[in-house]
Design a protein around this ligand. Structure first.
Ligand SMILES: [Zn+2]
Length: 447
């Protein structure tokens, strides 16, 4: 995969130009924005300044206004759904032919340069997201799903020569879960993934815990590149091969805003707000969309805003306090990193429900079953972790005590505000250890 470094100022000039077009087209073609921006006047010079005049919208706004947001004068040809698997109302987002073509073109740019086509393997997500298979003269894409791992294994191990296509696999693309499942499947067949000479694993979607990044890179002898992407937005925040930080793609505007008052911040951790730029996104305009995901602004070493994903806000610990440190905050990424280190935690079913059940005989590589509850209204705010174990906790009291200590110490180490809140007696912290299958599946999966 080649990277082209474009100076921030060039990208910012481009974003500045496209932002005003995005605003004008949304106001002209989408009934929702026509109404929302009725009284808003922009100066038209500095888009970062003008951006602040637009209200934030969130997923509830989208669910309530799906058809009013959609632009109908386009050749709509496909849609994707998001949110349905977690038990929430699914969002159906339509995409046009023009958008698909533009996405293919952008993909082509990323893979240009070689004499032969790059070979990529795609593990398609069958239940979720945008069903997009890149088509490009620079790419040969082999697609599989979690139901065709036998065929994927056959392809990876006995790769037949394909005329005009490189013999080594450039990248395997998939959600973190599916990359883990494929790796586990190969190991189960006695295949050493290192012998497959794959250069990159490209994960997308949810936060990648440190442990899984390390495990996958070690087992494959390949670099894991993570791309933060959500179905609602065409464009992403991808990990940079040069500096390791995450940068927004030129087709989106990324802002990090304060959790409390939604004003933009220049350092620290806050909520990620994305604007999808026209013409990259056309049929479902999204301006200042509060993703509900946390990002940290890190040290600038490279061309664009340096970011680091910190997980979903809804699974974080966040309690406002009346005295110092004023807030007790542990981002869900830190919680996930900690929980992943504890082998006693039970691992989940992939999907629940009669039509969607995927049964795996070994769940040890799946998502840990835990949830975080906060009661901020109690006289002394209570933070509770519900942790489902591989066994009945009643049977192993001394081990339970050990795990409890690991969790409390781990949280204190990762968050100074948590440590201080606990030390000063401003919050209560409790672990609730549960036998297998105690936590409802949608609580586990909402991450
Ligand atoms: Zn960089």
């Amino acid at each position: 995969m080649s990277t082209t470094l474009v100076s921030t100022s060039k990208v910012e000039q481009m974003r500045n130009h496209f932002f005003y077009e995005t605003f004008n087209v949304a106001k002209r073609d989408s009934p929702f924005y026509r109404n929302l921006y009725k009284t808003i006047e922009l100066e038209g010079k500095d888009y970062r300044k003008d951006l602040q005049k637009l209200p934030l919208i969130d997923s509830d706004t989208i669910i309530k206004n799906q058809s009013a947001i959609t632009v109908n004068n386009l050749d709509l040809q496909t849609h994707h759904r998001t949110g349905g698997t977690t038990g929430h109302v699914p969002i159906l987002i339509h995409r046009s032919k023009q958008e698909a073509e533009m996405r293919d073109e952008v993909a082509s740019l990323a893979f240009q340069g070689g004499k032969e086509k790059k070979l990529v393997v795609l593990i398609l997500d069958v239940f979720h997201g945008y069903p997009w298979i890149p088509r490009s003269s620079n790419l040969y894409t082999a697609c599989f799903t979690i139901f065709s791992f036998n065929e994927a294994t056959e392809f990876l191990t006995n790769r037949p020569p394909i005329p005009g296509v490189e013999s080594d696999v450039e990248s395997i693309y998939g959600s973190l879960d599916n990359l883990k499942r494929l790796t586990h499947f190969l190991l189960g067949k006695g295949i050493d993934p290192k012998t497959l000479h794959v250069k990159h694993l490209v994960s997308n979607g949810f936060y990648v815990p440190k442990k899984w990044r390390e495990v996958l890179q070690r087992i494959w002898g390949a670099k894991l590149i993570d791309i933060y992407a959500i179905s609602e937005i065409l464009g992403n925040i991808g990990q940079c091969l040069s500096c390791g930080a995450y940068h927004p793609s030129p087709s989106v505007v990324a802002e990090v805003v304060s959790i409390d008052n939604h004003s933009p911040i220049k350092q620290g951790t806050g909520l990620l707000v994305l604007t999808a730029l026209y013409p990259f996104q056309q049929s479902f305009p999204l301006l200042r969309y509060n993703t509900g995901d946390l990002f940290e602004i890190t040290e600038q070493k490279c061309v664009d805003i340096p970011l680091a994903p910190k997980g979903r806000f809804s699974r974080s610990v966040y309690v406002r306090l009346s005295e110092a440190p004023n807030v007790c905050f542990v981002p869900s990424s830190d919680i996930a990193d900690l929980i992943e280190e504890i082998p006693d935690i039970n691992r989940g079913m992939v999907f629940a429900g009669p039509q969607k059940a995927v049964f795996l005989d070994d769940l040890s590589w799946e998502f840990p079953r835990f949830s975080v509850q906060t009661n901020a209204k109690a006289e002394k705010p209570v933070v509770r972790f519900n942790l489902e174990l591989n066994y009945d906790p009643v049977l192993y009291p001394s081990r339970i005590a050990e795990i409890g200590k690991v969790i409390t110490e781990g949280l204190c180490k990762r968050s100074s505000s948590f440590e201080e809140s606990l030390r000063e007696g401003l919050i209560s912290f409790e672990n609730s250890f549960l036998p297998p299958n105690s936590i409802p599946w949608d609580e586990v999966f909402e991450r």
